[in-house]
Design a protein around this ligand. Sequence first.
Ligand code: SF4
Ligand code: SF4
Length: 375
Amino acid sequence: MNPQPFLEKRKVLERKDFGRLIDCIKAQGYTLIGPVLTETALSLGEIQKETDLPIGWTDIQEPGKFQLRRRQDEALFGYNVGFQSMKKYLFPPRQRLFSVEKKEGKLSFIPEEKPGQKYAFLGVRSCDLHAVFVQDKVFCQGRSYDPDYAQRREQSLFIVVQCGQASGCCFCLSMGCGPKAQEGFDLALTECIETKHHFFLVEIGSCRGEQIAELLPLREAKGEDLVLAQKSIENAQNQVKKNVETQGIKELFYNNWEHPRWDDVAGRCIACSTCTMVCPTCFCWTVEDSISMEGKRAERWRRWDFCYTMEFSHLPSGSVRSSIKSRYRQWLSHKFGSWIDQFGTSGCVGCGRCITWCPVGIDVTEEIAALRVKP
Ligand code: SF4
Ligand code: SF4
């Protein structure tokens, strides 16, 4: 399968000018978020200058395994996704909703200020951009509309980096979410390195992207630039080895509620919730109230919650899903099955994080394939 073509609006940014892109974004008042190295992994953090990026690093990912490695070159974006996604910023793990103060016997409710910070996300992969589209369906419409999410989302700038490689856990091709991003970004960069020439093909996807592009020393893209960029994306596409058969996947779950594979996986899953924490689309949350010792101030907080905990489905008579089997089944069948009925899309974008970061190496692609085998 050939990768999708590049947008008509495309230019070239030479590597030596990359710092100008960072400066332009920051000059427009954005807080720039991008990939950064921790001691043992790739994370997301604030980028002030190009040397904050993991230049010359890559990663090895397999079920239950993540390792950093040096590359042979000085690529700025020569790695796959780290454990964090933009979810951390657009739908924060903890957020105060409002406070209440008691003065002279009267209660005053104090709302939170609206999000003021504008984020620009640099190095966004196609799967993670699709994950934002999925969360939009949850938070930007209907009964669960979240005005704070909608505002953060609206004022965010997305600078995609088209994948030039894939990890051992990626399966974006099966989910139709990569490796090439086609729309929904402001700018998309394809990093190309050939002997001594290091440059970025820049696709311009929005008016905001165009405004930034106008401030950069870009040149016209030549035929040979496009060939190199195309090769880079083909390389990523050819490296995607995992896949999920999505034909009839919703019915697969609805018709296999008692499949013996659920007992098998329940014997391996430790219900740690890591897969839901790292998943860029999981959106469950709960509220917690706290009150000061003297009883004069109370706060209501929202925090991420996870369907792997007993408390998640606790009713007065006890937990609705008291076994790990029922909780794993709930997560997987919602993500790949009933999500489609609920939001008109799969809840999975094939980023592979839940496979890499599962401490016991449970692989959703293998679990789904096993459900297709008749007991
Ligand atoms: S279910 Fe796994 S592969 Fe799919 S989006 Fe979530 S973390 Fe990524
Ligand atoms: S599937 Fe893996 S990551 Fe998810 S809860 Fe079970 S053990 Fe934890």
